[in-house]
Design a binder for this molecule. Structure first.
Ligand code: SF4
Ligand code: SF4
Ligand code: SF4
Length: 213
């Protein structure tokens, strides 16, 4: 494939950047493998590379739409600074199963969302980031898997006017994620201003608020 940008030792051949975090990570709340494949298919289907070449006559790296997939809220692929960030989540729930009192769940939680009080486990979902660490730690499934899905954040970027992506919506399945990203990118392809970057477009159209409503 022909390069569209050459920057130092970097040769970029696609009009987008699609990144993911580590494969087979023990911390994963959601497996992103299939979603990554479908996202790549979508970006090719929408011919983003062709569009970006037309949109930016003097194309630079910062013009490329950037999408990152992460398997959990740790966000190792940095979804917080991408146009579109997608992070897997797994929210715990308490079951009727027996509790041994081992307190592995308490020590596993980086957010101090679990406490051992009066011989009982208390789960504070207001503090929980839905990483799933406590679910993996519990030997009896007293703490088990509750709701799972994907968090979509929009509008993150670095550069001259950096900003963190805003949490926009929570999707239950990969199909829902793909449908939403297809809608956003199709809108960008049809309605962006000349030389408007994706993050600027998302901001102008107030997409974060739109998806939340
Ligand atoms: S984001 Fe989560 S699943 Fe992905 S590499 Fe980092 S810790 Fe592992
Ligand atoms: S899912 Fe993560 S943040 Fe939430 S209670 Fe369990 S360990 Fe803590
Ligand atoms: S890890 Fe499971 S069994 Fe151990 S204290 Fe927590 S809820 Fe109980």
């Amino acid at each position: 494939m022909n390069p569209i940008i050459i920057q130092g030792n970097n040769i970029i051949t696609k009009g987008y950047k699609l990144e993911h975090c580590r494969k087979h990570c023990a911390k994963s709340a959601q497996d992103w493998t299939e979603q990554y494949r479908q996202l790549e298919e979508l970006l090719e289907d929408l011919q983003i590379t062709h569009f970006i070449n037309q949109q930016f006559p003097h194309l630079n790296h910062h013009h490329l739409p950037k999408i990152a997939l992460a398997g959990c809220p740790n966000g190792c692929s940095q979804p917080q600074i991408k146009d579109i960030g997608i992070s897997g989540y797994l929210t715990p729930r308490l079951t009727e199963n027996p509790c041994t009192g081992c307190r592995l769940c308490v020590t596993s939680c980086p957010e101090n969302a679990i406490t051992w009080t009066d011989e009982n486990i208390i789960l504070d979902l207001n503090r929980c980031l839905s990483c799933g660490d406590c679910v993996r730690a519990c030997p009896t499934e007293k703490i088990s898997c509750g709701e799972t899905g994907w968090q979509i954040s929009l509008g993150g970027r670095l550069g001259r006017h950096p900003q963190l992506a805003e949490i926009s919506s929570f999707e239950k399945s990969t199909d829902d994620v793909i449908a939403k990203i297809r809608m956003i990118l199709s809108d960008y392809l049809e309605n962006s201003l000349p030389r408007e970057r994706l993050s600027q477009f998302l901001e102008r159209r107030s997409y974060s608020a739109l998806l939340r409503s």
